[in-house]
Design a protein around this ligand. Structure first.
Ligand code: OAD
Length: 243
């Protein structure tokens, strides 16, 4: 299967990549739906909603502060670095990530779009200002961050039931419609609209490759489905592509 993927990459000048939580799993960041996906018995779908924030902003912030803590200590892994190498080999490259952990830019990927926002930014519910944010070390983990205008801040991420940034989605579709290949890596393929990517790719005759630990809902649709750890499979592909 790796050989087939290498062949596709060799024949591609333009590559679209979609990543999900699985690509950061080997950096020690829990995925959303894996065995380690629960926090204090809450699942992501209980906490990552506007309703949860309205009902209990302290609880939701406590979860985001906990995740920020884990992510701040994490480092990009070989899968992130392999994507940096793949970007350099392609004439055109776009990486669309559902991750909010900032690890792709930190690894050195350049053309990255964040579909679900970034955990290190906040948005003010009163004045709308977007700003960089990291929990000050002395603050208690359940403190509610406030804007300079006095308004309550929320994480600048997309929650379930909220619209994704339209310009990011449109740019992704434009790129995908002209891409030679699409790589789908470390995502369960459940959450829309990212879940639609493999099918959209096939409509534009874009070759599709999936890398995941286990079969997913898109495994039967893609041209090549590789089961394995992204941090092991991707470096092998890059090595096989050579200089
Ligand atoms: P999920 O937690 O749903 O899926 C992670 C996927 O990564 C699973 O299919 C795993 O099998 C796979 N995986 C785990 N470790 C891996 C490894 N080392 N190498 C390769 N694959 C591995 O995460 P996402 O698909 O990213 O949205 O979830 C999509 C969205 O749902 C997230 O962005 C988040 C979530 O709730 C919001 O918060 C709005």
């Amino acid at each position: 299967m790796i050989t087939k993927a290498v062949e596709i990459f060799k024949n591609s000048k333009s590559l679209f990549v979609l990543t999900g939580a699985g690509i950061s799993a080997e950096s020690g960041i829990p995925t959303f739906r894996g065995v380690d996906g629960l926090w204090k018995n809450y699942s992501a779908t209980d906490l990552a909603t506007p309703q949860a924030f309205q009902k209990n902003p302290v609880l939701v912030w406590e979860w985001y502060h906990w995740r920020q803590g884990i992510i701040s200590k994490a480092e990009p892994n070989p899968a992130h670095y392999a994507l940096v190498a793949l970007e350099k080999k392609m004439a055109r490259f776009l990486l669309l990530t559902q991750n909010v952990d900032n690890l792709h830019p930190r690894a050195g990927s350049e053309n990255v779009l964040e579909l679900h926002g970034n955990i290190f930014r906040t948005r003010c519910l009163a004045c709308g200002e977007i700003a960089d944010y990291q929990k000050p070390p002395e603050t208690s983990s359940n403190a509610l961050p406030k804007c300079t205008c006095g308004g309550l801040l929320r994480p600048d991420v997309v929650w379930f039931g909220e619209a994704i940034p339209q310009h990011i989605w449109q740019n992704s579709l434009d790129f995908l419609s002209r891409a030679d290949a699409a790589l789908i890596c470390g995502t369960s393929g459940i959450v829309w609209p990212a879940a639609a990517i493999p099918e959209i790719a096939q409509h534009s005759n874009t070759k599709t490759i999936e890398i995941n630990l286990e079969p997913t809902s898109v495994s039967s649709i893609v041209d090549v489905s590789i089961q394995g750890k992204a941090g092991e499979v991707l470096p092998k592909i890059v090595a096989a592509l050579g200089q």
